[in-house]
Design a protein around this ligand. Structure first.
Ligand code: DOR
Length: 437
């Protein structure tokens, strides 16, 4: 078998290099070796026919939950990363809200060791900001840094203490690492189930107001401005948060921001009839918010798309609404749910791919990821923008079948995911052919 692979005849899109053209991509020894049109500078190679398909850098997810250790009934590093590969992701950054949480060196090492043995793709662990994710006392950030944490977050919960957040931003400035901020004022969200508005009134459920997010966004933008540390606002959900981020960016505050596929494409109506599968934190908001989020992604106020893949068991979701867990299983539907925005001309393909590739790579400071530059690791995603498929959660590779999209027909399907030159997912209609002259 040849150790080189030619991906032939696709539309190559690499926003980091400003490339969007038909062509062929040669992968050799796990790296991008050549990009051109015609005969590659290599005799011996296998061929993957990508005619009619888009060929781009492997997707990077800055925000997901792999649940191991402690939540293996919901997901494991092995199942979550296979689901991610199926969704086109070659790098995932996993949140530390495990049990125990990733708040010390040994926990970061544990995730890295399991991932090295069991994951088909790159796993980059995120360390906690505070001990036990209790929101008060700072972790030993240099210990976590040495162990390999690539960012810090108490995601799932906010960093309650402004002093802890201030110190974290000071350290992160020196390490050049982002603090990924779950913005939630717990006094305002206590008992809250869904967005505060017409739907919460109709269902008689306690609402979560916009201000619960915006008060913490404002606090942490102020702290980032003061310290110079990099704040990354996770899962932005309200128009008001966007205005705060926009102003801060104009003032030069070191802030970046992410939006999830579900906050871009679904509204609070998805929880009507008490549909727990659309219960998520922050909650799905209004049409006005989704329009503002889309505009912000288009004009650069939002930097990236992150899945916030949050797998849960059937028991966690098939219960009374108020008892149900927050979260959506997102790896396997991310592209399919977003492709609709392209097909409706609401988002450009270039912006979408940048938000899933070079955008997150830049936030992480990884120059060689999120790009098809010659010499970069051969992480490549191949997708069909028009292919229709029906979401069947029962067939998810993820243990988390908790998607509000089950049964829906989506357009846009990942056809192959290649990690450091090795195919880690291939649609059954594609195959690699050995070339015979
Ligand atoms: O809906 C959510 N689920 N939001 C979070 O912030 C945490 C996540 C989880 O861990 O289930």
């Amino acid at each position: 078998m040849a150790d080189a692979l030619l991906i032939r005849g696709g539309r190559i899109i690499d926003p980091g290099q400003g490339i969007d053209k038909p062509g062929d991509l040669l992968i050799k020894e796990g790296k991008i070796a050549w990009l051109g049109d015609g005969t590659p500078p290599e005799e011996d190679y296998a061929v993957l026919n990508a005619e009619g398909l888009i060929v781009c850098p492997g997707f990077i997810d800055l925000h997901c939950h792999l649940r191991q250790p402690g939540g293996e009934e919901k997901e494991t590093i092995a199942t979550g990363t296979r689901a991610a590969a199926r969704g086109g992701f070659t790098t995932v950054c996993c949140m530390p809200n495990t049990s125990p949480p990733l708040d010390n060196e040994s926990m970061i090492s544990y995730v890295k060791t399991v991932a090295a043995n069991e994951s088909p793709i790159r796993v980059l662990p995120i360390g906690c900001v505070t001990l036990g994710r209790q929101g008060e006392e700072l972790v030993d950030m240099s210990e976590l840094e040495m162990a390999g944490a690539i960012a810090y977050s108490d995601d799932g919960s906010p960093v309650v203490s402004p002093e802890a957040m201030r110190q974290a931003l000071e350290y992160s400035r020196d390490f050049h690492r982002p603090i990924i901020d779950h913005c939630e004022n717990l006094f305002l969200t206590q008992g809250g189930q869904i967005n505060e508005g017409v739907v919460s009134l109709e269902l008689g459920l306690r609402g979560i107001p916009d201000t619960a997010e915006e008060l913490i966004v404002q606090r942490d933008l102020d702290l980032a401005r003061e310290t110079g540390g990099h704040i990354h606002i996770a899962h932005v959900s309200t128009e008001g948060s966007l205005e705060l981020i926009r102003t801060a960016k104009e003032e030069g505050v070191p802030v970046t921001a992410e939006v999830t596929p579900h906050h871009l494409t679904l509204t609070e109506e998805a929880v009507l009839k008490y549909k727990t599968y659309a219960k998520v934190n922050p909650p799905l908001r209004t049409k006005r918010d989704t329009i503002a989020l889309l505009r912000a992604l288009n004009d650069g106020v939002i930097d990236i798309i992150a899945t916030d893949h949050a797998p849960h068991t059937a028991a966690d979701k098939d219960c009374k609404f108020t008892q149900a867990a927050f979260g959506i299983s997102g790896f396997e539907t991310a592209l399919g749910s977003l492709a609709g925005l392209i097909l409706n001309s609401e988002l450009s393909l270039d912006t979408l791919i940048a938000a899933l590739t070079i955008g997150p790579a830049r936030i992480l400071g990884y120059e060689k990821l999120g790009t098809l530059e010659i010499g970069a690791p051969a992480d490549v995603t191949i997708f069909d923008l028009h292919k229709e498929w029906v979401v069947d959660a029962a067939q998810f590779v993820s243990k988390g079948k908790n998607t509000p999209l089950d049964g829906q027909t989506l357009k846009g399907k990942v056809m192959a995911t290649i990690y450091t030159g090795n195919p880690v997912y291939m649609d059954e209609t594609l195959q690699i052919e050995t070339r015979t002259e």
